[in-house]
Design a protein around this ligand. Sequence first.
Ligand SMILES: Cc1cc2nc3c(=O)[nH]c(=O)nc-3n(C[C@H](O)[C@H](O)[C@H](O)COP(=O)(O)O)c2cc1C
Length: 338
Amino acid sequence: MLHDLFRKGRDFLGVEYPIISGGMTWISDFTLVKAVSDAGAFPVFASGNMPPDMFEKEVDRLVEKLEKPFGVNLITIAPNYRNHMEILLEKDVPFVVFAGNFPKKRDVIKMKDAGKKTMSFASTKSIAAKQIGWGIDSLLLEGSEAGGHIGNVSLTVLLQQVLFEFHDFPIFVAGGIATGKMMAHLLLMGAYGVQMGTVFAMSEESCAHEKFKKAFIKARARQAVATPQYDSKLPVVAVRAIFNKGMGQFGKLQFELLKKLADNRITREKAQYEIESYWAGTLRQAVQEGDVENGSLMAGQSVGLINEVKPIKEIIKTFAEEASEELELLKIQFSRFH
Ligand SMILES: Cc1cc2nc3c(=O)[nH]c(=O)nc-3n(C[C@H](O)[C@H](O)[C@H](O)COP(=O)(O)O)c2cc1C
């Protein structure tokens, strides 16, 4: 039964399991991507704001070494977005995953014309409809339970608003998922598959610092909180991370920038750029240096469901087993209804 439920996602992605390891800046590097691919799932390489020459080298390595389809993240709000895009157009990369804001129609068309399948996040019904109209090949429906930059709507609501409305469209669901049981239910609801981040950030193959992974193991779901926006004069995309000193510092940064805006000492665009630089810098600090106090511990509420660091092959295998068991249980439950 699981095999049948996997079919549409598997055919779309071209891998054994319709499980996507979401692109995570500083974390989804070649090693993680290769490990996910070798385990039969679908990896997304994170480009963040990588210098273009480094980005090109990494993409070439992926094209050369990976035998199965994979995706490359393109962050539309990164200063190097245009450079990354031009590089990718020339490369034999099968999937492009737009993140940040949703992409411009012309960028989607360019990628499709270059023979790539396109994926993008949708955090509301209207954004989903717009992108489907533009010819996006697949959507990532991510609830606000997710880690990193997030939308404001929970997965429960998005499932009803988007998944149930766009039945046959390839939609992969994300945010707060950390068990095969949950995946089984989402597939039954019509999802093509799932995307996860936190689970993979905590894997054995993840390059994240040991202290980063330890903090994740200790954390409860309620500790992975979303940042507030203090004033609509400075719109900020919420970030979900484990609460620490760094989250408090972000609050102070917002106030400082608002004051500068009020005094006309900074433009709104520059202020937003400073905020994104803050996140990129503090995430690096936590992931690479293990500064779990001041760095950003971006994590989904799924962090509360994971208690150990495991190799990726085992994660995927356990997921498939749990999903199969759940489906068997459901079959028994349904059989009682006669
Ligand atoms: C540490 C971290 C960094 C992330 N960075 C990115 C990113 O650079 N690009 C992106 O598309 N999504 C990013 N995400 C989101 C993930 O790809 C994924 O959609 C999300 O983690 C799913 O929710 P979950 O963490 O509950 O599984 C990040 C998530 C985490 C936890």
